[in-house]
Design a protein around this ligand. Structure first.
Ligand SMILES: *Cc1c(COP(=O)(O)O)cnc(C)c1O
Length: 427
């Protein structure tokens, strides 16, 4: 197209990077069509839920104070339950982030003497302190909840024998992390999650299966709750908030599990009845409505990044041709300089704060310095174009998001330009 390359040049993308990017993109038409089809299905699923629940204009308004009889809040929770095909849901601005939603689901459904099992290896970094893997005040360990972990086998398969041995009379809840998080293991497909849950329920029918659904929502046409999960948990500043939710988390699942969480979030006896929605409902609804297409944009970005970096000799997870089960793309640079250049390139492509330079820092909840690139409309939102990498071996960067495909593409090209400018790669 006339002028396209010119405006890329004005935005700091040289001819070499631009042309390399176009050559990579030419091969991706089929992949992108598949992503669009999933988005189409999920768009209808969300609209169907909103119609069945009869969302009305009045639902978009909020309450203050105690928030009794908050029509929009209650209806939104009904919509989430429809989308996830669960009995109930808790969707609240009072849930401050994904870690909080997960901690809430765990702490409200476990009792002293119970055991928590992760059959998919180490959970997300911030959950280590929630569980007490790294000692912390108020952890599950401090409340007498023990923890057991079974790692994936070296080929990424479930260690069914190990899991069979780990499940015991105390095992009350199993946590299954769908996304790879800050690891380079493969993300779990819905099919694999379903197989794992079926195996666990076969061993112990009353065990609660919880899935950490962060980054996985709307990537496939089914969710973990469609394959037996008792609870799915996630953050609204990732996929399901569609880039519009300014805060929040959700727990969708069996009525009893959700009620336990509500009693813990507010207070025993009060549960879901209180909690003013303030002014966020319109953004929660509209964000959910946009989430399938925003997730598709982010997925296209991830596929593009893998296909751009893999031929240059970098280890990418998932690889260039693999099917996708979350929106995260890991790229291993093998050096702090690569991670830093990549993140600085992403930052330079942002609509907000493009003029600042991110540096590694000691973030609460993480055990190594982390560099984060995010020039987002919602602070820290990782459905928006963002990248982060812990400064520790193997020096991998985790890239995700992009509210539009066009912006994701620009950000990825800008990252490659930064890596090229640092002399870390030759095109
Ligand atoms: C992001 C994430 C979390 C934690 O969410 P925060 O909002 O950062 O607290 C937990 N698990 C996974 C897999 C995640 O990706």
């Amino acid at each position: 197209m006339d002028g396209l390359q010119d405006i890329y040049a004005q935005m700091g993308i040289g001819k070499k990077v631009y042309e390399y990017g176009e050559a990579v993109l030419e091969k991706l038409a089929g992949r992108f069509r598949g992503i669009d089809e999933i988005a189409e299905y999920n768009q209808l699923k969300v609209v169907q839920a909103m119609q069945e629940c009869q969302v009305s204009e009045a639902c978009l308004l909020g309450t203050t104070g105690y928030g009794y009889n908050d029509l929009g809040r209650d209806k939104l929770e009904e919509v989430y339950a429809h989308v996830f095909h669960t009995e109930d849901a808790l969707v609240r601005p009072q849930i401050t982030c994904g870690t909080h939603a997960l901690a809430l689901a765990l702490m409200s459904n476990l009792r002293p003497g119970d055991e928590l099992l992760s059959p998919v290896g180490k959970p997300y970094d911030t959950l280590e302190e929630v569980i007490g893997i790294r000692p912390s005040r108020g952890s599950l360990a401090e409340y007498g909840v023990s923890y057991r972990q079974v790692d994936l086998l070296s080929d990424g398969a479930f260690d069914y024998e190990g899991i069979r041995k780990a499940v015991n009379g105390k095992t009350r809840l199993v946590t299954i992390q769908r996304s790879k998080g800050y690891q380079t293991r493969p993300t779990l497909s819905i099919k694999r999650i379903g197989e794992l849950i079926a195996f666990l329920k076969g061993l112990k029918p009353d065990v609660i299966c919880m899935v950490d659904n962060c980054y996985g929502e709307f990537v496939e046409v089914r969710e973990p709750s469609d394959v037996g999960a008792d609870m799915v948990v996630g953050s609204l500043i990732k996929n399901p908030g569609g880039g519009l939710a300014p805060i929040g988390g959700y727990i969708a699942g069996r009525k009893e599990c959700v009620e336990n969480a509500a009693y813990r979030l507010t207070s025993p006896g009060l549960g879901k009845e209180v909690g003013a929605s303030l002014g966020v409902l319109k953004d929660f609804y509209q964000g959910l409505f946009l989430a399938p297409s925003v997730t598709a944009a982010a997925l296209k970005g991830a596929v593009f990044a893998a296909n751009l970096y893999e031929p240059l000799g970098y280890d990418v997870v998932p690889d260039a041709s693999e099917s996708r089960h979350d929106i995260i793309q890991a790229i291993t640079f093998g050096s702090p300089e690569g991670v830093i250049a990549f993140c600085q390139g992403i930052q330079a492509a942002a609509p907000v704060d493009s003029h600042v330079t991110p540096e590694p820092w000691d973030m609460p909840g993480y055990d190594a310095p982390v560099i984060m690139a995010a020039g987002a409309f919602v602070a820290g939102s990782s459905i928006e174009l963002s990248a982060d990498g812990p400064i520790k071996p193997p020096y991998a960067v985790y890239f995700q998001g992009g509210l539009t495909w066009q912006h994701a593409k620009f950000g990825i090209l800008r990252s490659l330009q930064a890596v090229l400018d640092k002399g870390l790669v030759i095109l």
